[in-house]
Design a protein around this ligand. Structure first.
Ligand code: S3P
Length: 424
């Protein structure tokens, strides 16, 4: 696909689609609750549709109307065996959280996905679940999908010190713990997104969080709820950066979720001298960005989980900042939809960026002029979207993006929303 290039004067207001992490969990909790759950502003993108299909395969009735998704919850005891292996597509959240849900069920299930899913590490989820009594295995005894989950005896609670900062791992353990005998105690390495914990409370369950320690007891039951999913800050991130780096621009982003475990990008933009304002209401807020003079910064430590999905677009931002930006402690980027350290470094270097991959991050020196090139998303939605924003700055030459359709994993209307900023 030929990308839009050479754009300044980006102006407009965008309401980004619903949060991906919250949309997945709303279906999961809705299915596992008793009674009806109604979800507004659900993200109808490939990843979350995979979660809907997974629960339909498990016998849950889910209706899609223009305004909402209606899940007819069956309770933890009401799931039915799937007639065929369940396809999670490209969705790491679906496969890992479903492993926790299904580990405790009295029937067998196989989970598989696309070629990216088949390369992603699953021991991080399988090992703690096995400690709880789960019986599961990866392809030919490896840790990789397809994952065969066999019926287990009743699971039991454990105390677990997480070796990685991962909300997917934490959530998988929590879903198993909710169905186990006794209490589970999880110690996080660093604080990660807490949507699962929040949703347990919303659906009438109990969970105790004290700093990095989480306690959750088994044999819980939930009640269906009505909820509205806030806009995804990880989708807003592409336009936050576009507004800061395109000449003479101002972009307003409405209804963006501002859960503090997700707002690391706002802190980074401020540290780099970006003109960003945030007006909060209850659940969400309005973010306004304007073209800015930026300086490099260092991004590391416990900030990383608060912006892990935004690092590709933050790397682009750094190419337009004066001086050096150092991203470290981000080795998790290597095991996302693609190896995002290599993908970002390779593709932005093709466009003229001064960027060096390191063992746990990137070093970017700015400010550089970007030029036309033939680039690829590697089938990774966030790499594809970052490259379109980069292309907006290109004055000389064309940018041809391979595998552009990957954006539908989290943001099907992305290219339309980009165009709305200069068509108005
Ligand atoms: C997610 C957690 C993150 C993130 C992913 C969604 C979630 O993964 O990268 O896009 O919804 O829990 P990790 O928790 O494995 O870092």
């Amino acid at each position: 696909m030929k990308l839009q290039t050479g754009k300044s004067l980006l102006h407009g207001t965008i309401e980004v689609p619903g949060d991906k992490s919250i949309s997945h969990r709303s279906i999961m909790f809705g299915a596992l609750a008793n009674g009806e759950t109604r979800i507004r502003h659900f993200l109808r993108a490939d990843d979350c549709l995979s979660t809907i299909q997974a629960f339909r395969d498990l016998g849950v009735q889910i209706e899609e109307t223009p305004d909402e998704i209606i899940v007819h919850g069956v309770g933890f005891g009401g799931l039915k065996p799937s007639k065929a292996p369940i396809n999670v597509g490209n969705s790491g959240t679906t496969i890992r959280l479903m492993m926790g849900i299904l580990a405790a069920q009295p029937f067998a299930t196989t989970l598989f996905g696309d070629s990216s899913i088949a390369k992603r590490p699953m021991n991080r989820v399988m090992l703690p679940l096995k400690e709880m009594g789960a019986n599961m295995t990866g392809h030919e005894g490896s840790e990789f999908a397809p994952i065969a989950i066999n019926r287990a005896e009743k699971l039991h609670g454990i105390t677990y010190h997480m070796p990685v900062a991962s909300a997917q791992v934490k959530s998988a353990i929590i879903f198993a713990a909710l169905q186990a005998e006794g209490e589970t105690m999880i110690h996080e390495k660093e604080k990660t997104r807490d949507h699962t914990e929040e949703m347990i409370q919303k659906f009438g369950g109990n969970i105790e969080v004290d700093g990095l320690t989480i306690r959750v007891s088994g044999n819980q039951a939930f009640q269906g709820q009505s909820l509205t999913v806030p806009g995804d800050i990880s989708s807003a991130a592409f336009f936050i950066v576009a507004g800061l780096i395109a000449e003479d621009s101002e972009i307003v982003l409405k209804n963006v979720g501002l859960n503090p475990t997700r707002t690391g990008i706002i802190d980074v933009v401020k540290a780099m001298g970006g003109d960003i304002s945030v007006v909060e209401d209850d659940l969400a807020g309005t973010i306004t960005v304007k073209t800015s003079r930026l300086t490099g910064t260092t991004i590391s430590g416990d900030l990383i989980p608060r912006l892990i999905d935004e690092l590709p677009i933050i790397a682009l931002l750094a190419t337009q900042a004066e001086g050096e930006t150092i991203i470290r402690d981000a080795e998790e980027l290597k095991v996302k939809e693609t190896n995002r350290i290599d993908a970002v470094a390779t593709e932005l270097a093709k466009m003229g960026a001064d960027i060096t991959p390191t063992a746990d991050g990137l070093i970017i020196r700015g400010k550089t002029k970007l030029r036309g090139a033939k680039v690829t998303s590697y089938g990774d939605h966030r790499i594809g979207m970052m490259l379109q924003i980069a292309a907006l700055l290109v004055q000389d030459g064309e940018v041809e993006l391979e595998k552009a359709d990957a954006v539908s994993v989290s943001y099907p209307s992305f290219f339309d929303d980009v165009r709305s900023l200069f068509d108005e």
